[in-house]
Write a protein that binds this ligand. Sequence first.
Ligand SMILES: Nc1ncnc2c1ncn2[C@@H]1O[C@H](COP(=O)(O)OP(=O)(O)OP(=O)(O)O)[C@@H](O)[C@H]1O
Ligand SMILES: [Mg+2]
Length: 343
Amino acid sequence: MGERAKGKMNVGVDLGTSNLLIYVEGRGTVFNEPSIIAVDKARKKVVSVGFEAAGLVGKVHDKVEVIKPLNGGVISDIDMIREILLFTFEKVFMSSIDSINKLLICIPSEITETEKAAIMKLGHELGIENTYIDEEIKAAALGGGIDIYTPSGHLVVDIGGGTTDFGVLSLGEVVNSKSIKIAGDYFDKQITTYVKEKHKLEVGPQTAEKIKVALASLTGDLPQDEEGKVLTYSAMGRDLVSGLPQQVSINAKEIRGILLTCFEAIKATLISTLESTPPELAGDLVDNGIHITGGGAHIKGVKKYFEDVTGVEVQISKVPMTAVINGTKKLLKIDKKHYFGEF
Ligand SMILES: Nc1ncnc2c1ncn2[C@@H]1O[C@H](COP(=O)(O)OP(=O)(O)OP(=O)(O)O)[C@@H](O)[C@H]1O
Ligand SMILES: [Mg+2]
């Protein structure tokens, strides 16, 4: 691998709150793991990243810290983002990163100018001269198979881990966008609070996520087990009263109630996005439909939920959690003049 010609690789990155994905032109998506890093604080050394680091959450001793450098779509620790990228690049390329020609990092629409500058600086610090950033929602639309370069409005809703992003695109640009911090991590927190209050059981964030993934639904029949009964999940945690380990059964009806409350905010923001979209483009949305992507697109009944809310046809991304990274593949092919104008 060290033989790879210098400056030949074009690389796309989806720096998500929950998952980090890396695409290399000619090789495909080479990394798709949680955006988590474990570091040895005293020795200032990276212990692990991705799945390995995620497995350490809540299980490390004083010397090792497990960090999620993105929170709610916001960069909370740029140093750790640098470390996570350095570590994964070296792991993925098995050689020095100077073999990267072009690096495209997708970022949330609402990110501040300071954060944008920090990401750009990071690329340069890594020694990659051609570092570019572009909007996640645009990449998600392209990755979802939408032709965004026509003069016709398309609405994409990306329900991720940290944020739910709403973007109206036309002629290759984001014309209107909104972002709220009601997404996967927030759903998990609401589940944790509910289980604590209702079942007097304390559960960790990973257990809350497992409950959600197993039982999540918004409309239609509740998920059922093989006997036709409402599906349940046995969650392990600590009994609040006795302080001892305890198992509690949570059912899909309880989780639907929690999610429906969370989705009120998503629904309200979707409606306000439609209200603030220029009328001609809003009209196009009736023909083009609304496209849902991100991990939240996996929730059962999400299509009908949004169709009931808007009266517009809804399409669910075929591979919701890889839409952004697949979009980078297309963006990397386009002449940089067309979309990197401001940088
Ligand atoms: N089957 C499922 N049902 C419900 N939620 C799911 C399912 N699969 C994944 N998720 C949730 O999707 C979220 C991750 O989605 P995604 O990878 O799109 O986020 P991200 O891109 O890392 O975050 P962001 O875009 O907000 O920065 C997590 O909260 C995860 O729990
Ligand atoms: Mg995302």
